[in-house]
Design a binder for this molecule. Structure first.
Ligand code: NAG
Ligand code: NAG
Length: 441
């Protein structure tokens, strides 16, 4: 009996020692996250499977004692940065191995046109792309000369673990066809720029264009994958401008042709540039097709008195005449205040959560849609090296508690479902990368 218990004690001691050794090994390899969020302490049930419960936070993620903080009076005065302070020492060999994994022709290409006071907003958009994406990206940033140094400076201040995920290129605002002076007069200079991307980025096969007021709530990789779903005639993908034609803008007011029953929104546009460059587009000008770059000027001249929203209207006209060229993506890939401010009308977002948020109408910077602003500020203020759950998700949940009086705030799960899933994936990936023998990319 005595001998048995002694052996058992020894065994227990050995086990404890082994456990300690394992723990310290793991702690050395995976220093982050420091504290496991409650939701991760057990094997997570897939969040997406949770039934939609309006107004109710998922039980196990409910903040313990929500300290209701009053909204900050001048949130914009806080710089997006904090980033620079968290710069980590480069881990030797890391950046290199990341690059060698993927040949440049497989990179994701992300383009944005940023002018005027859109610098901070653009950087937050790029940050959301860098935070959650896996595949190497190239950022094509078209901007005024005055903003270039600041873009360069701020992007270089991000920690290596993020900057190694992308390269960025800065371009001036240029027009490749027609008379540049005329274009600048016709549109606000920056608005028309994106129509010329197929001509300017001649070496790029495919491109995701987004407005500066877009935020990725899941890896850019996921929207990039849609390129492979194009059939042989499709060359661009966009989401509808509205889910309910009856209350949509185009169906009620447009004085020009537009795509489908409610038009398309061009704030998130996935393009196969190779196809755009080689296609002949049907049009209302001449019976034969026209190449993209030969079509823009005459089309603009024909419709300029009828168009209100500039380049987006031109795109709607183009895809009205060429509907077989468009791949229509569901609204969760371009989720705007329109999808909740009259009541929730984006079914895909109710099911899967918002994948790409588009805070148009300036809602990140005023008090009209606090849910949109809360997401913007959570990503802007996230210090890169912290734990995503502790420093982004939980504060975000708290902020959402203050928005339940708004129509969009009544459906927090629509906004939070996808980003929570994304963070879970990022967290698990992080652990696998640090503990596993082979880094995954
Ligand atoms: C774009 O289209 C071209 C021509 O059809 C095709 O070769 C290429 O693979 C497409 N790119 C992507 C990313 O699907
Ligand atoms: C591709 O899909 C579009 C939109 O559904 C359709 O109009 C077009 O006919 C399709 N093209 C082919 C070749 O099937």
């Amino acid at each position: 009996m005595k001998l048995r218990s002694k052996a058992a004690a020894l065994l227990l001691l050995a086990l404890a020692a082994l456990l300690l050794a394992l723990l310290s090994l793991r702690a050395r390899r995976a220093p982050e996250p420091r504290v496991l969020p409650a939701a991760l302490q057990r094997r997570p049930a897939p969040v997406a499977a949770r039934p939609a419960e309006p107004r109710v936070f998922p039980g196990d993620l409910r903040p313990r004692s929500p300290p209701r903080r009053p909204p900050r009076p001048h949130p914009r005065s806080r710089r997006p940065g904090a980033a620079g302070r968290h710069k980590l020492a480069r881990r030797p060999g890391e950046a290199q191995s990341f690059r060698s994994v993927l040949p440049p022709d497989l990179w994701i290409h992300l383009a944005v046109v940023a002018c005027g006071n859109r610098l901070e907003e653009t950087l937050v958009m790029l940050k959301s792309a860098a935070l959650f994406s896996h595949r190497k990206m190239r950022f094509h940033i078209f901007t005024e000369d005055a903003l270039k140094p600041e873009f360069d400076k701020q992007l270089r201040q991000w920690p290596d673990s993020y900057t190694k995920k992308f390269e960025h290129r800065l371009y001036p605002i240029t027009f490749s066809v027609g008379n540049p002076q005329e274009w600048k007069k016709l549109f606000k200079p920056c608005a028309a720029q994106r129509l010329f991307l197929p001509v300017i980025l001649k070496d790029v096969d495919s491109l995701l264009y987004v407005d500066t007021d877009v935020l990725f709530l899941r890896p850019v990789d996921d929207i990039w994958k849609l390129l492979k779903q194009f059939n042989s005639t499709q060359l661009a993908a966009m989401a509808p401008e509205h889910e309910i034609p009856k209350i949509g803008w185009y169906s009620r007011f447009a004085r020009h042709p537009f795509y489908g029953t409610a038009g398309v929104n061009s704030g998130v546009m996935l393009m196969n540039l190779t196809r755009i460059r080689s296609a002949q587009f049907k049009n209302s000008l001449i019976p034969t097709g026209l190449a993209w770059e030969d079509m823009l000027v005459p089309l603009y001249q024909k419709y300029k008195n009828a168009i209100t929203w500039g380049d987006q209207d031109l795109l709607n006209i183009i895809f009205y005449f060429n509907p077989e060229c468009l791949y229509l993506v569901p609204c969760q890939w371009n989720y705007r205040p329109d999808h909740c401010m009259y009541g929730s009308n984006c079914k895909e977002a109710e099911r899967e959560g918002v994948s790409v948020l588009h805070g148009n109408r300036g809602v990140y910077h005023d008090d009209k849609q606090p849910t949109f602003r809360a997401l913007y500020e959570a990503i802007r203020d996230f210090p890169f090296q912290d734990n995503l759950f502790q420093s982004m998700y939980y504060p975000l949940q708290l902020k959402f508690l203050e928005t339940v009086h708004t129509l969009c705030g009544r459906i927090p799960q629509v906004f939070l479902k996808q980003i929570e899933k994304t963070m879970r994936r990022a967290y698990e990936k992080h652990v696998i990368v640090h503990v596993g023998p082979n880094p995954v990319h």
